[in-house]
Design a binder for this molecule. Structure first.
Ligand code: SF4
Length: 113
């Protein structure tokens, strides 16, 4: 099996090819160790930063995101957690809204007075 990936670790966007033969992955096309690590993670356990909004107690909404990428397999559960949150203003950008949701903190992406 052959997979083509675009490394997103820097603006160069190297095209990385992952060839899997008998369960062994061979990587080519990366220009630095970060690119190989990115490709390995994409194959084994792809992760993404989750962005969404939570309710504020006064009826407004607050943009939030995870403070680190979470496994794609956990994203639905993370969204359920986010949807259950009601935060209270004032909130500053970067404030932790909820700790340790599948290994990440949910943080505010905006200052709301
Ligand atoms: S492989 Fe290295 S140089 Fe290429 S996009 Fe990824 S981080 Fe950038």
């Amino acid at each position: 099996m052959i997979r083509e990936l675009t490394c997103v670790e820097c603006p160069m966007g190297c095209k990385i090819t992952v060839k899997t033969v008998d369960g062994v992955n061979e990587f080519s096309g990366y220009s630095c160790p970060r690119g190989k690590m990115y490709a390995e993670n994409e194959i084994v356990d792809p992760k993404r930063v989750v962005t969404s909004t939570v309710k504020l107690s006064d009826g407004r909404v607050l943009p939030v995101k995870t403070d680190r990428p979470v496994s794609k397999k956990d994203m639905f559960s993370v969204m359920e957690e986010i949807n259950s949150i009601t935060a209270t203003a004032p909130v500053k950008t970067g404030d932790v809204i909820k700790e340790n949701v599948f290994g990440a903190n949910i943080i505010s992406a905006r200052t709301v007075k």
